[in-house]
Design a protein around this ligand. Structure first.
Ligand code: HGY
Ligand code: MN
Ligand code: MN
Length: 409
């Protein structure tokens, strides 16, 4: 009976579209930045769905949202979920799929009149993206006790806003404590956000690990000067130095090869005028690698480059670490469960690392954890064109259903 149980794919796609209306961008895509009013509206919609499904809803002091379904027995729940905050040019699926597929599993069990032995819980963690408030996975990091709540609440965003104030402004600061969760196991369904599954012609990814993440903000300070009268030998050009660093990051990733990636995603020059040599450049460097020693080597190379460049160009350098997470391996037995459930459902499946960060990498600190990936068309994500085919959404949610059933009996 349970092996034959299937989720309702149309219902899942309908919820994804309905949630995607909140923060919808002209021309498609979603902007639902963490702790924005769009986030508030999205939370309210998810809470309404949780209540309609008979879940008891709780919110913790970091705004992490939980919908709990009792089991036949008391005890730590089997948890699934993800996040509903998005980047500024987000899609319908990043994070949202994991939360809404969790709700779809609950509705499927409700329809079938099944009560699992262990309780089930669907979670939506605060500020997974880190695009407004760094680091990423902030909510789940606080939830597992990896970041003091007070430190998170004091964090300032790229717009100067304070996390604690924004939580209060959207009514998301809950009563439940954070820091020592009691969770039996955690499984997160997520789009791959890369090209591997599609290029391999495979439907399901059984994720073995999440790669290491290193985010640094640099502030270069030089001397603003006239773009026409200042000889090149007298310049202290913060703009040039920032862009030289961006070029170095690309060359470094190419030279290291393998899984090394590097990105300068945010860059602000001042005074940012056509005829003024920039006296300040503020920019971010995102370095990642599945191998922590290689990631450290990349970080050292970048630091050495910046030190030498600052000397040559006569600029001041400030650096701020925005995020630093080592690679996280998932519990092999949990990865086996994903692979076995995918095969039992007749889906092609492959083991793979995750290039993106996820809440699951934080839950792995407190309980056996794994992830299920489904293909991203064209490998596109953090882009309004993000798309995953309905059949693949359904396949991923059915694998999630079977893995959760196995864990909760
Ligand atoms: O940056 C990441 O990998 C995730 O999208 N927060
Ligand atoms: Mn995500
Ligand atoms: Mn994301």
């Amino acid at each position: 009976m349970r092996d034959a149980l299937r989720i309702n794919g149309q219902r899942l796609v309908a919820r994804l579209a309905a949630l995607g209306e909140i923060g919808a961008l002209e021309g498609g895509g979603v902007c639902r930045l963490a702790l924005s009013d769009e986030d508030r509206q999205g939370r309210e919609r998810v809470i309404d769905w949780m209540r309609e499904l008979g879940l008891s809803v709780s919110v913790d002091a970091m705004g992490n949202l939980f919908g709990l379904r009792p089991g036949r027995e008391e005890g730590p729940p089997v948890m699934t979920g993800s996040h509903i905050d998005t980047v500024r040019t987000g899609g319908l699926y990043d994070g949202n799929l994991g939360v809404l597929a969790g709700l779809e599993v609950i509705e499927t069990l409700n329809d079938a009149g099944i009560t699992t032995r262990r309780p089930l819980c669907v979670a939506a963690f605060t500020n997974e993206e880190g695009a407004r408030f760094a680091p990423d996975m902030m909510g789940s990091l606080v939830y597992v006790g990896g970041m003091p709540l007070e430190e998170a609440l004091e964090t300032r965003g790229i717009d100067g806003a304070r996390v604690g104030d924004c939580l209060d402004a959207i009514g998301a600061r809950g009563e439940a404590p954070v820091g020592a969760p009691d969770v039996h196991a955690f499984v997160e369904l997520h789009i791959e956000q890369g090209p591997v599954l599609e290029e391999s012609g495979v439907t399901i990814g059984a994720v073995e690990k999440v790669q290491g993440i290193s985010w640094t903000e640099f502030t270069f300070t030089g001397t603003s000067n006239h773009a026409g009268t200042t000889p090149m030998r007298l310049r202290h050009d913060a703009g040039y130095a920032a862009m030289a660093t961006a070029t170095f990051v690309r060359e470094l990733a190419t030279r290291l090869g393998g899984d090394q990636v590097g990105t300068v995603g945010a860059l602000t020059l001042s005074p940012n005028l056509v005829n003024v040599v920039a006296n300040q450049a503020r920019f971010t460097v995102d370095l990642r690698n599945t191998d922590n020693e290689l990631l450290k080597q990349a970080e050292r190379s970048l630091a050495d480059f910046v030190t030498q460049l600052a000397e040559e160009e006569g600029i001041e350098v400030e650096r701020r670490t925005l995020a630093r997470f080592d690679p996280v391996p998932f519990d092999p037995a949990m990865v086996d469960r994903v692979e076995a459930s995918a095969r039992a459902l007749g889906h092609s499946v492959m083991r793979m690392p995750s290039g993106a960060g996820h809440d699951a990498q934080m839950l792995a600190r407190v309980c056996p954890t794994s992830m299920i990936f489904v293909p991203s068309v064209g490998g596109i994500s953090h882009n309004i064109k993000e798309y995953t085919a309905p059949d693949d959404l359904e396949a991923g949610a059915n694998v999630l259903l079977q893995v959760l059933l196995g864990l909760s009996e």
